[in-house]
Design a binder for this molecule. Sequence first.
Ligand code: ADP
Ligand code: VHF
Length: 379
Amino acid sequence: MTAAALHDRAQLASAARVVVKVGSSSLTGADGRLDPDRLRALVDVLAARRAAGGQVVLVSSGAIAAAIGPLGLSARPRDLASQQAAASVGQGLLVAHYTKAFADHGLRVGQVLLTADDTVRRGHYRNAHRALTRLLDLGVVPVINENDAVATDEIRFGDNDRLAALVSHLVHADALVLLTDVDSLYTGPPSLPGSRRIAHVTGPADLEGIDVSRRGSAVGTGGMVTKLESVAIATQTGVPVVLTSAAQAADALAGRDVGTWFAATGRRTSIRLLWLAHAASTRGRLQLDEGAVRAVVERRTSLLPAGVTGVEGTFEAGEPVDLVAPDGRVVGRGLVAFSSEEVPTLLGRSTHELREELGEGYDRELVHRDDLVLVRRRR
Ligand SMILES: Nc1ncnc2c1ncn2[C@@H]1O[C@H](COP(=O)(O)OP(=O)(O)O)[C@@H](O)[C@H]1O
Ligand SMILES: N[C@@H](CCC(=O)OP(=O)(O)O)C(=O)O
């Protein structure tokens, strides 16, 4: 199935496949613990959508919050190991609640735990796509979360907003619905007098001057910042987004004038490159000479070892690195074809020399053009 581009929120009512992301703040009570009534209210809305024939993929946060009570914690843990342990306990409890609540509507759920790698590395991406598509074909509601118990700080999303954008790409969704604890995007912190609802965003220019700096709820992670990053990823790859509160989920899915509608700005494109440009944290840096900068930036060629003068960091082949110009500007990011141990022996050498000395396999690009994005702004 391919997504038909939705042009306005009214079309959401008949969209065939939507991804709905719900944040921890919408599933918890004032004490920061999971509130089964709030979870059930959301499930009622999603089940109604399924009953009307629409497919739903749910990306749900709340694993860590769900463990706060059972583990006797006073608040959301801050260190990675405790978060991993809490997520491991809480994820089972969370899915048990979903399984029961959807079963009351005659629906099955399938738990899928993903890491950033699963949505970016080619083989993993295809695998996740196949599994999710089959679940949907079987009428199941996939319930997705990050695989927090094994995700380390370097590789994890940490928030589910950007994960939801990548999942929307993965399942070819018609739209992404981000549910949180505010009813829309505002011009400034919602609690500040004078902040106004933004109903419609047609592109990045509409977001200029908007203040999203204030952090959100105590249980949520990313606040509005990661939601706007999610919006950027989804809309640039052709998926429109509605952002609203969980309380208005039914209205949003019915295409009514609630929340903020973010129109799609681009067409379906490579998610790997989008992820590289937006969010991947790089593992190292390759120093380019002027000629290599011109080749990569102006002629859009692959990066060859001959144009690289230095390397920093520790990375494996296939991991993201920054491409740095002689003046220190990051001009691009790429998935490097060799590990940081191998790179120094290749630097400044022509592909011919490398083939002669090291044999075939070493005469290829350091970063292939298909694995490279240009960075226009200073990061
Ligand atoms: N300009 C803004 N418009 C709307 N909400 C904002 C804005 N700036 C900051 N926020 C905050 O973002 C929060 C939502 O993020 P978060 O707590 O991470 O939710 P979730 O758990 O749903 O991911 C809201 O509670 C709100 O206070
Ligand atoms: N994967 C984590 C999500 C972290 C989180 O709080 O995300 P969010 O509430 O969407 O900002 C969990 O399930 O607890």
